[in-house]
Design a protein around this ligand. Structure first.
Ligand SMILES: O=c1ccn([C@@H]2O[C@H](COP(=O)(O)O)[C@@H](O)[C@H]2O)c(=O)[nH]1
Length: 285
């Protein structure tokens, strides 16, 4: 595996993720320290419990997952102590050489977006991750500071396109043949023109639960040439077979991600690993 700490500036995120997916398979493990999971692991719902949970989950899967995806909201709910834990988790992931996707879903006017970009994508930031999730609903172009900084620092972004929750369709399908989702995927494809190799660094979030939406909306995700982060496996009901049926020709670009379904197997590392490997098998099958 490449050393992410030293190659961040040289090798674009898309190339690093493509290498990790080839070496390990198309699985991202979400680190979502929900209160109920902390309780199930016998931990308190405080910063110490959060830290133990996160570092245990990370260590268990860091050699088998192509990426890990800490859910930022679940650190934020513990205030500054929770964010300090998140900083430690991101640093530890770097040391364990597994790619990180900070699931922060940031999006704002350009001047504020520049600050979000600094937080998640600038070298030396305590919260710097390999990539971050972004919300394009203030307009795709409002994401420009993050798109440009990611390109400059060899990091990546995943832009929400078709989310896994049932409410998403009311906004994302709007517009018929010129749907909101189509505009987002078209804009992401244009961004990836600046990247060489099989995968650009501008990815999309498309839920494993979206069923026939790609066909219904006439979306060609293979043409985007970016990674597709697909949440919705396990706890939200989707399976590896659903992913294959949903994404078709774009399936090689898909990074399936699962959080609660895998984490519920803890706290023993061996059980966490088994759960992650089962999910990976489902994606390979
Ligand atoms: O469309 C989306 C975008 C993001 N998510 C996030 O992924 C995980 C899913 O967790 P599970 O426990 O595997 O359901 C979670 O952090 C969501 O915020 C999503 O589910 N759908």
């Amino acid at each position: 595996m490449p050393d992410h700490a030293t190659t961040a500036r040289r090798e674009p995120f898309g190339s690093r993720l493509a290498a990790a997916m080839t070496a390990r398979g198309p699985l991202c493990v979400g680190i979502d320290p929900h209160p109920a999971l902390l309780k199930g692991w016998g931990l308190d719902d405080d910063a110490a419990g959060l830290r133990r949970f996160s570092l245990t989950a990370l260590e268990a899967v860091s050699q088998l997952a192509a990426a890990v995806k800490p859910q930022v909201a679940l650190y934020e709910r513990h205030g500054s102590a929770g964010m300090a834990v998140l900083e430690e988790v991101l640093a530890e992931a770097r040391d364990q050489k597994v790619l990180t996707i900070a699931d922060a879903k940031r999006g704002d006017i350009g001047s504020t977006m520049a600050a979000y970009a600094d937080a998640w994508l600038r070298d030396g930031s305590p919260l710097a991750a390999d990539s971050v999730t972004l919300s394009p609903y203030l307009g795709f172009e409002s994401l420009r500071p993050a798109l440009d900084l990611a390109a400059e620092t060899g990091r990546g972004v995943f832009v929400l396109a078709l989310t896994s929750n049932p409410e998403g369709a009311s906004v994302q399908h709007a517009g018929g043949s010129d749907s909101v989702a189509r505009r987002i995927t078209t804009a992401a494809a244009a961004e990836n023109d600046r990247y060489e190799g099989s995968l650009g660094s501008v990815g999309l979030v498309v839920g494993a639960t979206v069923g026939n939406a790609l066909d219904d909306l006439g979306l060609d995700l293979a043409a985007v040439r970016g990674p597709i982060l697909a949440p919705g496996l396990g706890a939200q009901g989707a399976t590896g077979a659903d992913l294959l049926a949903t994404f078709g020709a774009a399936y090689p670009l898909v990074l399936g991600t699962s959080s609660r379904d895998i984490l519920a197997a803890g706290p023993e590392s061996v059980r966490l690993r088994d759960a992650a490997l089962r999910t990976l098998e489902g994606l390979r099958g």
